[in-house]
Write a protein that binds this ligand. Structure first.
Ligand code: PEP
Ligand code: MG
Length: 573
């Protein structure tokens, strides 16, 4: 019998393949007496050389794919691998105990781990996982384990895992790993980010210990809707195969027509399509999709996977790089949205008891004005050469917007007095993702140059549904009438004040909502670049007047179910 599971789609696309369970290997380490310590050390050195090659290749691949900052972890692993003290300790202990290298390695690893865990410093505790990762790799080679190395998946599979470390995801065999089902995580977890960057469909938030899931069983994974079907019937497989082919043919068909100018409705209304990016690799994808700009650059990713703040110069270079690649198209730099589920250890040495409602985004920036100003200076400097807009996340009141703008003004004045160039006409916008800002949108519109609807958060805060909690994912409902009304309120406030209203939440990339959003007055859509062709196709099939009519009709509906029924029938034509 086929079983449907609902998770969170974090990387779009459909995969159909048997399940391959992956877990970090727990090795059976044998204990053997030895006579020749030198021979054991030679075995160790051979394993070290192999792991070094492995890590160097992963490091390079990750730099190319997602940039240096995200690859840093593998440089740390290489340093651990080449730690002379570790080898000296191993040699000394083998000499003393006359036991095989695997056994000694495992006992030294436990000793180090215990020591590191006892040090009252978060950084040491975090390094434990890195040490174990390296030891794991060494043991695989020493024991000639044929454990499930992700580079060597023998059959096309959907990988099922409780958790995937970045090193796992980065070493995936891309021809064989057709999809990812990961129990823990969120759209912003490392694995999800890399899956999107590598264009592997992925779903998170489904418990993998449930009985229905077993190794080898056929699965369908839909990375857009988050649906996973186990043991699908032949009929369901055929339905998804057809959908898969439809998506592939739209993608390839549209890749050609993408070069033919902006997206346009049937009746000739131009619609701006932009991309959301987090990592340098995504610029390449955005350019391939012929986007008209970057509607959301999540700059907080510059602050991850490192031990110190990025300097003004580092940030300036990063912003300038993206802006130059896209020039003359605009790039919307969102100031850091740290907090919530995006934790930066050197800025937050505490845990908020309710992080989604805690010191997050603009609140954190305003709490650390010096750090915020460094970011704003870097953005302003980049605006001298690139077409840059600045956008503030999680604005919940006019006071907050004014406070952020005042710090921006200070940054401008500093640069002016230093004789450093910036664009004095740079546009400054506000994300509308907190219900209070959406309700007060008419007043906020008076004091900013554009709006961008962050529906991911707007839905979470309006419906009181944590967006990363898989247990209440069924309550996370973009089609809730209150959500639609709120979007309508924001877009009409923008229109009344003659400022553009775009959308950069995930709703922008879901064709179910394109006609409705257009009818509600949203003028530009920003999304993961992989979704662009599909939305472009949808727009080409629409008519502006019909969309307005649909929006008026939907605004009268009282339940999400009614709304979705109408939207589905419109989509199916
Ligand atoms: C949103 O909240 O819709 C948004 C685009 O921002 P993020 O997903 O980064 O919170
Ligand atoms: Mg948000």
């Amino acid at each position: 019998m086929e079983i449907y599971l609902q998770g969170m789609g974090v990387s779009p696309g459909i995969a159909i393949a048997p399940a391959l369970f992956y877990s970090r290997a727990s090795f059976e380490v044998p204990r053997r007496p030895i006579t020749d310590v030198q021979a054991e050390l030679m075995r160790l050195d051979e394993a070290v050389a192999k792991v070094r090659r492995e890590l160097t290749s992963i490091y390079k691949k990750t730099v190319d794919a997602v940039g240096k900052a995200h690859a840093e972890i593998f440089r740390v692993h290489l340093m651990i691998l080449d730690d002379v003290a570790l080898r000296d300790d191993l040699a000394a202990q083998m000499e003393q105990e006359r036991l095989n290298v695997e056994f000694i390695l495992s006992s030294i690893a436990s000793k180090y781990t215990e020591m590191m865990n006892n040090i009252d410093d978060q950084r040491f505790r975090e390094r434990t996982a890195d040490l174990l990762d390296v030891v794991d790799r060494l043991q695989r080679h020493l024991l000639k384990s044929d454990g499930p190395l992700l580079r060597h998946i023998s059959e096309p599979s959907i990988l099922v895992a409780q958790d995937l470390a970045p090193s796992d995801t980065a070493s995936l065999d891309l021809d064989k790993a057709l999809g990812l089902l990961v129990e823990t995580g969120s759209p912003t977890s490392h694995s999800a980010i890399l899956a999107r960057a590598l264009e592997i469909p992925a779903v998170v938030g489904i418990s993998i210990s449930q009985k229905s899931l077993s190794p080898g069983s056929l699965m369908i994974l839909d990375g857009t809707s988050g649906v996973v079907i186990i043991n699908p019937s032949q009929e369901t497989v055929e339905k998804y195969q057809t959908e898969q082919q439809r998506l592939q043919s739209i993608q390839s068909h549209l890749l050609e027509s993408l070069l033919s100018g902006p997206a346009c409705t049937k009746d000739g209304t131009a619609v701006t399509l932009e991309s959301n990016i987090e990592l340098p690799l995504e610029i390449k994808h955005s350019l391939k999709m012929n986007v008209q700009g970057v509607g959301l650059y999540r700059t907080e990713y510059l602050f991850f996977n490192r031990d110190t703040l990025p300097t003004e110069e580092e940030q300036y270079q990063a912003y300038l790089h993206v802006a130059s690649e896209l020039f003359p198209a605009p790039v919307t730099l969102r100031t850091m949205d740290i907090g919530g589920d995006k934790f930066v250890k050197y800025l937050q040495n505490y845990k908020d008891s309710n992080p989604q409602l805690g010191l997050r985004a603009i609140r954190l920036s305003l709490a650390y004005p010096d750090i915020f100003k460094v970011q704003l200076r870097a953005m302003l400097r980049a605006s001298a050469q690139g077409n840059i807009r600045i956008m503030f996340p999680m604005i919940s009141s006019l006071e907050e917007l004014r406070h952020a703008k005042a710090i921006l003004q200070e940054a401008r004045q500093e640069l002016s007095s230093e004789g450093v160039a910036y664009n004095p006409d740079l546009k400054v916008g506000s994300m509308i993702e907190v219900p209070s800002a959406a309700v007060q949108a008419d007043q906020i519109a008076e004091e900013c140059d554009f709006f961008s609807l962050g529906t991911n958060d707007l839905i979470q805060y309006l419906l009181a549904v944590d967006r990363v909690n898989e247990k209440i994912a069924h309550l996370y409902e973009p089609a809730h009438p209150a959500v639609i009304r709120m979007i309508a309120n924001v877009s009409s406030a923008a229109a009344a004040h003659n400022i553009p209203c775009s959308i950069c939440g995930e709703m922008a990339g879901d064709p179910l909502y394109t006609e409705l959003l257009l009818g509600l007055g949203v003028s530009s859509f920003s999304m993961a670049s992989v979704s662009i062709p599909l939305i472009r196709a949808r727009i080409a099939a629409l008519n502006r007047e019909d969309a307005k009519h649909l929006a008026r009709d939907i605004l009268q509906k009282k339940t999400a179910e009614e709304i979705k029924t109408i939207l589905r029938s419109r989509l199916e034509g």
